[in-house]
Ligand binder design. Structure first.
Ligand SMILES: [Zn+2]
Length: 621
């Protein structure tokens, strides 16, 4: 395997200057550094010490363990972890803020949110960024994410040895940095392990991690200072059929660690339905603003002034740190206001008048995402925002642009503190009609300059209907679409995404890598994945992957029904070609690792498909 580290940073990739605020380490920018070469391990023997603070942040604590673990996997050598209470001689890797970084004038708080630094100095590597500190005040911060999980519940406790497949060593319980806690030191360390040490996390289990093996590990570089491109990257899951097998049945600890390696989280933002059965019983139970008619118990009267005052007060209480009832979604500067997931609107006279204006808007007619309730829903959200703006002008009311209110409302000027998340079907990237309708509404939203835009990104078709319906679908792989769209979002100033449903190993990995670094080239990434993951079996595996992608693109449909999957996409001829690819890969795989990895795709993707095909044609489904 690889014996020489590829220094991608020296050639510029990692060095793009990014919104670095003028801070103490801008001095580091001024004096252009010459590349420094540092041997961390020499001939299987440790040649460096990892140094953390005596009381490290959760981020620095994890980063030090991850660095030690991966360097051991690469070289067999275990670098010692010391604290800044000790005098350290020789080569040091300074992980997170410590007495040693302070002596060099580098503090964690010098960095902007999510910003991080990798710096090479003679005999010293610095991996640092802004980190959340475990104080009582910080622990008590209010917030519920898009799923309704509290901020504190996202600081997962794991057994680090179990998460790294080393239960035999005993147990090592640690607390991970919460998804939405600053963890710049982790970002620096993961970037360092990927780009300077050659590690790749293609999934959460040991089988999915790729790294070079060598007795000597020498790294070479200057400096990287940047922050992730998309500021909010919320994408978890991994329980669906295909990905679960590709990921080799990860346990909960492995998954929770993997989300950190993929740098899930970031900026605090949350948005989802907040007026729903639970909150209608516990928070919005005043009889005065219940919907009239068929919407009773399912929606509220969104023109009721008392309701508008009530929602505005809940937002103020959250922003003032006074409280946040369960069932609502709000984090950081955002308080979400979204009606329940049905169109049973109130039938009172006032609501019907506004709904009549709404229904005149025919954009998106016939599509899931249209404009028929836009004016009505945004009229409500806007009035709440106007109230909140009077007292909290720098805070935002977050809402979705979803289903019958997906298009911006015609004839209604939205308040500047309305933050919108259009719901887009990226998974319909090969389906022209649906995709173009989504693009039409998306373009209108991003054209509203100055408005804060996030996205709810559907990534769940065709797998979700198949899981719900108990049948197996013809999957969709779409690296070209993912790459093109994530880059588009960045270009248009979108701040972040909530990824709804994750279905396959490589497409998930590509999405997250591009969100973190928009320069990611998908062809390069896909080529690298197949060659490093499957070794000599890479060619037929890559052919198999691109063949599935090509079939979806050529047909312009997704396998969202058994008929589409197994009559339109998975024809007899195509299934034979796919089977030939897999069989060829099985024959070629030569090492145990290659055989195991090919097997996860053979069982996880191919046999899953074959079962769907057979059941459909046997009329069993
Ligand atoms: Zn009403």
């Amino acid at each position: 395997m690889t014996t020489v580290m590829v220094d991608r940073t020296a050639s510029g990739r990692g060095e793009r200057p990014r919104q670095s605020p003028a801070t103490s380490s801008s001095r580091a920018h001024a004096e252009r550094r010459r590349p420094v070469e540092i041997a961390l391990v020499v001939d299987g023997k440790p040649n460096a010490t990892i140094v953390i603070a005596k009381n490290p942040t959760p981020s620095a604590n994890l980063a030090a363990l991850e660095l030690q673990y991966h360097i051991e996997r690469i070289t067999g050598a275990v670098l010692p972890i010391s604290t800044d209470a000790e005098e350290i001689t020789g080569v040091r890797i300074l992980v997170g803020e410590s007495e040693y970084t302070r002596r060099l004038g580098i503090n964690g708080d010098d960095f902007g949110p999510q910003e991080y630094l990798i710096q090479f100095r003679p005999d010293t590597i610095i991996l640092i960024g802004r980190d959340w500190r475990d104080t009582e005040e910080n622990r008590n911060e209010l917030g519920y994410d898009t799923y309704g999980h509290s901020l504190s519940s996202l600081r997962h406790r794991i057994d680090y040895y179990r998460a790294t497949g080393r239960e035999a060593r005993g147990s090592k319980p640690i607390t991970l940095p919460g998804f939405f806690d600053d963890q710049g030191t982790c970002y620096a360390t993961y970037h360092f392990l990927e780009r300077f040490c050659g590690v790749r996390w293609y999934g959460p289990t040991e089988l999915n991690i790729v790294f070079p093996t060598q007795r000597t590990l020498t790294v070479r570089g200057t400096e990287v200072r940047r922050s992730p491109d998309l500021k909010h990257r919320y994408a978890t899951g991994g329980y669906w059929p295909i990905i679960r097998v590709q990921w080799n049945n990860p346990n909960g600890d492995e998954l929770n660690l993997y989300w950190r390696r993929m740098r899930v989280g970031g900026e605090k933002w949350a948005c989802n339905h907040t007026i729903w059965s639970r909150t209608m019983q516990s928070v919005f139970n005043d009889p005065e603003y219940q919907a009239k008619g068929r919407g009773r118990g399912r929606q509220l009267c969104y023109t009721n002034p008392k309701l508008i005052r009530k929602v505005a007060q809940l937002a103020r209480d959250f922003f003032d740190g006074k409280g946040l009832p369960e069932g609502l979604k709000a984090m950081g500067d955002y308080f979400a206001v979204v009606p329940d997931d049905n169109a049973s609107w109130c039938e009172c006279e006032r609501c019907q008048e506004i709904l009549a204006i709404s229904r005149r808007d025919k954009r998106g007619k016939g599509f899931f995402s249209n404009a028929s309730s836009s004016y009505y829903v945004f009229n409500f959200v806007n009035q709440v925002a106007r109230e909140v703006r009077k007292t909290h002008p720098d805070k935002f009311i977050a809402t979705l642009a979803y289903a019958s209110y997906a298009y911006p409302p015609k004839g209604l000027k939205l308040e500047p503190n309305v933050c919108v998340a259009p719901c887009l079907h990226i998974c319909y990237g090969y389906n022209k009609a649906t995709f173009e309708n989504d693009m039409a509404l998306y373009r209108l939203w991003v054209a509203d300059k100055g408005r804060r835009i996030y996205l709810w990104n559907y990534f769940h078709h065709p797998m979700e209907p198949a899981v719900i319906g108990g049948w197996n679908c013809f999957p969709c792989f779409m690296p070209d679409v993912i790459s093109r769209e994530v880059k588009r979002y960045l270009r248009d100033g979108v701040r972040g995404v909530f990824l709804c449903g994750i279905g396959q190993q490589l497409d998930y990995y590509l999405y997250m890598q591009t969100a973190f670094d928009v320069e990611t080239d998908y062809r390069e990434l896909v080529d690298e994945f197949f060659s490093r993951y499957f070794g000599v079996a890479s060619e037929p595996m890559k052919r198999f992957y691109y063949r599935i992608s090509d079939i979806n693109r050529e047909e312009g449909v997704l396998g969202t029904t058994p008929e589409l999957s197994w009559r339109r996409l998975g024809t007899d001829e195509r299934m034979k070609a796919l089977e030939r690819d897999i069989e060829e890969a099985v024959k070629l795989a030569s090492t145990e690792l290659e055989r195991k990895r090919v097997d996860t795709w053979k069982r996880g993707v191919w046999e899953y498909m074959k079962t769907g095909y057979d059941k459909f044609h046997a009329g069993m489904r």
